[in-house]
Design a protein around this ligand. Structure first.
Ligand code: C2O
Ligand code: CU
Ligand code: CU
Length: 466
């Protein structure tokens, strides 16, 4: 099963002549030279009995990615990566987004169950100099969501340049589970990037092979000083195209507790797991067995080059009390009902003179409806990736609804895929079956490959829900 590498390289070679050689990246920074930064929590502009109101300005600003260097980035309120919005289940969040950049944007809340007008559909653009108000109902169960740009065809570049942030939907009902919280609940946004010798981001559409620098929360391969106790990590892969296979260098286990849609039915203990673009995983790591002074690296077993092998390092720096626990059951899966509709979706890249990415052999057309869906129905979608020869992986993301992954290549899924998801990896030559129920919110929503270079090249379709 080939997940990354060849495919990305093929795309890059064909499109722009970028090979596998490591491009000059300056400054050369040894791994683990900079401390992890935790994105700040966004502060509401005002609050009333039911709602938190935020004001955000999208703009090109500078960020210190490398020590002492300013990198041009696109930001929400000047932060790279963006501030985390912490919403409370049952309280609305209303976010006014002003576009201070020079190009159209669209702000999508990935994983959210909400009305079409607030989804951030690729054609619901916020033009430069304009603003749009997004209303988030926050009625779904607690989950780690994220917000990011979705302007059609430019989403890949705009997310790459920084328009991405976490949105943690905090659920009161989960508080007495006793999971690690507060400073021991830590977001980790993983991605890759390509920098030029001046420390500026280089974006080449389908230029996967050039993106060999790993960033966590916007900093290259950082270290993080932890206490010898349990932590809850909320991992998001916000890379355009890179899939990670994450493992601790000494094979100490992760207890997976959550996926895209929040808590799993029960924790699953693993030594590694895959995280493809757009997916989230919540994992508890217990550092209690380590001596103070010990170090352990988070590694990426799918790295195609040395520089993409080490993601970050945990330095066990102190002791701390730990009253947290991981209970044996977390949140049961809802019953999605009996499926009455079946659909088949084909994913493939056309490596012709001009590259396009196809869903069912078509490129995205905002004026075309690809699937007509009736509210109240449960469906099974079989998604097949036929890019066997080129070895290009894809994944599938649905807006609006979370789904259950029934199987991959006929075998039941494990690990974080036992929870409800909105994005699922479809390896080259593989097929995945998902079960989804359309509950409410009519309108036109997209589904697409979340390898954003692929969706920007057309690997996206629309479902009209009535
Ligand atoms: Cu995070 Cu339509 O995507
Ligand atoms: Cu989405
Ligand atoms: Cu794809």
């Amino acid at each position: 099963m080939k997940l990354v590498g060849a495919g990305g390289a093929v795309l890059a070679l064909t499109e722009c002549g970028v090979g596998n050689a490591r491009p000059a990246a300056v400054p050369a920074l040894p791994p683990f030279s900079v401390p992890l930064r935790i994105p700040p929590v966004a502060r509401p502009d005002r609050q009333d009995a039911t709602t938190d109101y935020y004001r955000v300005r999208m703009a090109e600003t500078q960020a210190e990615v490398y020590p002492g260097l300013q990198t041009k980035v696109l930001t929400y309120n000047g932060q790279f990566p963006a501030a985390t919005i912490v919403a409370k289940r049952g309280r609305r969040a209303v976010v006014t987004q002003y576009n201070g950049t020079s190009r159209p944007t669209a702000v999508h809340l990935h994983g959210a169950h909400l009305p079409r007008k607030d989804d951030g559909h690729p054609m619901d653009l916020v033009e430069a100099g304009q603003e749009r108000v997004y209303e988030y109902p926050n009625t779904q169960p607690g989950a780690t969501l994220w917000y990011h740009d979705h302007a059609h065809h430019t989403e890949a570049e705009q997310v790459y340049r920084g328009l991405a942030g976490l949105y943690v939907l905090d659920d009161e009902a989960e508080h007495d589970l006793g999971l690690p919280d507060g400073e021991y609940d830590v977001p980790l946004m993983l991605r890759d990037a390509q920098f030029d010798p001046a420390g500026q981001l280089v974006f080449v559409l389908a230029g996967f092979a050039g993106r060999q620098t790993l960033l966590v929360n916007g900093r290259p391969q950082p270290y993080f000083e932890v206490a010898a106790r349990k932590y809850r990590f909320r991992l998001l892969n916000c890379s355009n195209d890179r899939t990670f296979r994450l493992r601790l260098s000494d094979n100490r286990p992760f207890q997976l507790i959550g996926s895209d849609s929040g808590l799993l039915p029960a924790p699953v203990t693993v030594t590694d797991f895959d995280l493809s673009p757009g997916e989230r995983v919540e994992a508890v790591v217990d550092f209690a067995p380590y001596e103070i002074g010990a170090q352990v690296t988070l590694t990426n077993d799918l790295a195609e080059v040395e520089s993409a092998k080490s993601v970050m390092r945990f330095d066990i720096a102190r002791t701390a009390a730990d009253h947290s626990r991981v209970p044996p059951t977390l949140r049961p899966l809802p019953d999605l009902g009996e499926a009455t509709v079946e659909r088949h979706i084909l994913m493939r890249v056309n490596l012709g003179a001009t590259i396009s990415s196809l869903l069912d052999d078509k490129v995205y057309d905002p004026n075309r409806i690809d699937q007509r869906v009736k509210l109240g129905t449960t469906e099974i979608w079989t998604i097949t990736n036929t890019d066997v020869q080129a070895g290009i992986p894809h994944n599938m993301h649905l807006h609006l609804e979370q789904f259950q992954v029934l199987d991959r290549d006929g075998k039941p899924v494990t690990g974080h895929e036992t929870g409800l998801k909105d994005t699922v990896l479809v390896p080259a030559g593989g097929n995945v079956r998902i079960k989804v129920r359309f509950t409410d919110h009519p309108g036109l929503f997209v589904y697409h490959c979340h390898m954003l270079d692929h969706s920007a090249l057309g690997m996206m379709g629309q479902m009209e829900i009535t």
